[in-house]
Design a protein around this ligand. Sequence first.
Ligand code: SF4
Length: 695
Amino acid sequence: MAKKRVFSICGMCTVRCPIMVESENGVVKFIQGNPHAAGIEGSVCARGAAGIALVNDDERLQRPLIRIGERGEGKWRSTSWDAALDYVSERLKDIMKTHGGRSVLFSDRSGPFRDLHQAFVRGLDSPNYCNHDVSCARNVQHAALSLFGFGRKDLVYDYKNARHVVLQTRNLLEAINVKEVNDLMTGISNGCKLSVIDIRSTNTAVKANRFFMIRPGTDYALNLAVIHVLLNEKLYDSEFAGLWIEDLNKLLSFIGPYTPQWAEEETGIPAEGIIAFTRELAQDKPSVVWHPGWMTARYKDSFYVCRSAYIINALLGSIGAKGGLPLSNTPGDVGRKGLKKLADLFPKPSEKRADGVGWRYPHFDAGPGLLHLAFKAIESEDPYPLKAYIAYRHDPLMAFPDPEALKKIFRKLELLVSVTFTWSDTAWFSDVVLPLSPYLERESIIAGKNGLKPYFFVRQRAVEPRFDTRADWEIFGGLAKRLGLAPLCFDSIESLWNYQLHDTGISIEDFNATGMVSLAEKPRYRTRDELRFKTQSGKIELLAQKLESQGLPSLKHYESPAVPEEGSFRLTFGRSPVHTQGHTVNNPMLFEQMPENVLWLNRDVGERMKLTDGEEVEVSNSGQRGRIKVKLTEFIHPQAVFMVHGFGHTLPVETRARGRGILDNDFMAGGLEVWDEAGGGMAMQEHFVTVQKLS
Ligand code: SF4
């Protein structure tokens, strides 16, 4: 076989960077970032480079499996694809005959390929498509909706042209998105200042001009004080406010008590520091990006942290501004047609969602719903029974709090199916495991990305599958055929792509040169006059009717977070640049880079406990115990401990990852009940653990 080079899309995390893959004789030899993609310029992160190890790993799933033992016992029979798809579709038919299409729940990790999944779920006549976002970015999404009437992705972070970037609990240089990292570094080399607010000094903080180590759970207090200074010193952008902000007078009277001196008591950040910081932001306006957060499933008030961050951006006039948060463009905004949606192959289900979104909770975005509430519906059968659950590349048993409580809920299901390319705790607990080809061995539907320059991109298959695995469009097409969903039965990926490209004026050959098709010649920034918000008033609404009508305040007064007792610490978690949550811990190449997590603990506190750096300690919460090595450091707030999420694997089929480190979510007893009612996100940093010396 000859050497081959294809443009594709990385699948090692949910960012999905454009890549170029070289193979020889059907074996992947080299992966680099797509050199034609702006902001990528040939780079991938460590995880992206480890895609080769994923393909070569014999410990990944190799063929369809049907459970023969008890759930979670790990006893399986291998089977053919026909038998596995027959089995799943027959079980689904039985369940739907008794409980209707609405009894099927589906979740994925969102992203640009979700149209296929949404189409499949719609075809079943189920309204219960969800994604993982309650354990990630729901709070910031809902904060954007409550102010602007559009979602978080309708704003772009223009790091390259920014004069000041503020990252608040956003560890951008370790929770990597390659383009964002490159753009930020370009901005910094052009003179952009970086301010970082976090409970620990991350690698991102190390690059910052200013670092505020904040008391855990008090970010809202800091943001209120910044707003106080902006308003009371009249440092805000009055022209922008006059044009685009509704009810500023309400904010002015609300903010009165939240002085920098008050915030110092709460946050531990000196008042003079807050004042100087705010004045500097005002000087740099409107080219300021105060990042509103990404992984915001942290505290009970995280929604208000995100909302206040957006309000600060609005007061600085940076919403819509070059170097701030300009509005993203859709294909329609640049005079082009978007992709034809697969979901439109089927009518929208008329049934209400099981998670209550849209009716019990009208203030939430119905798109991906709230998965933890769907899980509650499995348990309660309120408003109706959910009996089948398909988890696509999603591992809630590792990603959600209190896995044992979740297993108890899953036991009520009549069918649990995992579609995945690596083992996961959820796959292990499933009735059927449908092995997905890793991204280098499959193509995906064409995807579109909105932005300053919207574009379409496509994932091509770089090599043929090593094992008996399939692409997602083949798996769902196979199920669709058996379930009578004829419109979703495409006989080839080309016919599916042609359907999507219908009427766009673009053919699949147009992707050959670079793997992407740009829909605009140059970035489109809007002038202030051209800004549009999707609220009732057409402006940024500081008072959100949807919140108020639910009895939730638009401007919420601050509540001080709990202070842990002596010997107890707030459990915090985050990312490492070499792992994607739990998915990559067993990857041979990445495991070598970071085989286990450690527990960050403030050095002074640790030394008072007579601990030495590197010794093993016991962590406990509500009867759950685990052992982990402690890392004593002055770079974490004394009230918190921190660990990288995703370790503590227990499956015997993951010989490398098994038994290495511990899982943060195991120490969040009752955590499925702890969430932010205004934003919808889980509040996973509202749990406390005890740390004890072993001898
Ligand atoms: S950030 Fe890294 S792992 Fe994620 S898609 Fe990009 S290259 Fe792949």
